[in-house]
Design a protein around this ligand. Sequence first.
Ligand SMILES: NC(=O)c1ccc[n+]([C@@H]2O[C@H](COP(=O)([O-])OP(=O)(O)OC[C@H]3O[C@@H](n4cnc5c(N)ncnc54)[C@H](O)[C@@H]3O)[C@@H](O)[C@H]2O)c1
Length: 256
Amino acid sequence: MKLKNKVAIVTGGGKGIGKEICLGLVKEGAKIVIADLDKENSSNVIKTIIQNGGDAIYVETNVSNEQSVKNLISETIKQFNQIDILINNAGIRHVKKLEDHSLNDWNDMISVNLTGPYICCQAVIPQMKKIGKGKIINFGSIASFMGRPDRVGYVAAKSGILGLTRALAIDLKGTNINVNTICPGLISTPFNKKYAEDPTHGEKWGKETIVGRWGRPSDIVGAAVFLSSSESDFINGSEIKIDGGWLAAKTREGEI
Ligand SMILES: NC(=O)c1ccc[n+]([C@@H]2O[C@H](COP(=O)([O-])OP(=O)(O)OC[C@H]3O[C@@H](n4cnc5c(N)ncnc54)[C@H](O)[C@@H]3O)[C@@H](O)[C@H]2O)c1
């Protein structure tokens, strides 16, 4: 087991990619704290973990609220004594035409997708310093690397995550705390359900990747385990794209 007795906070662990990461980390021996707004889904994940002999708690958390995150840290320490891993997976996305994308929409995108990870990092870093090591994994997107239509706030936030990751990595030099980003492409989760199941575009969009299909939440788990484990100790301030090769190559009509 690569993560025996490590304590991992997974934000947004109640469903989608975060849920799969929780289950994957448990298989490697980690104890899980799900930090999510969604009590019902999160409690179901906790139940599954415990039924399978794992150890996990749910702490209702809004990642963009500093007080709520402080409570998350104190509940985690109360239960498990330490924090080894933080997975900043919680995210939301508004898809709206620029003229309809209000300042509130922009603020939502920045506060959950960028300020949330910042607040969580600031809160766990002192705990990681206490034990002399730690692994932080932020969540970017293909939107960290390119403009995507009708997603101005999301693209800005997900681009900012790469900067946050690099800035933290250098500020944490000498602490044994690594900070990296996972950048998923199209992954079929509740977040993207309406696109994945769209009869006109769903399948076609999957075929645009080099691998030729939509990603599954389980496609993200290997990288999350790797970046949480000592196998990735020399990777810092970096990012892994998990997008079936979508960003690597584009074809023109008639080429393939
Ligand atoms: N699914 C994709 O195709 C895709 C692509 C690129 C990036 N991502 C990123 O991956 C991450 C996970 O995406 P997903 O598809 O699993 O999403 P999802 O919508 O399926 O799940 C997100 C989870 O985050 C929780 N959450 C939302 N706001 C929160 C808040 N303020 N505080 C705490 N929890 C909150 C939700 O309750 C939910 O359980 C996100 O950061 C997303 O931006 C996803």
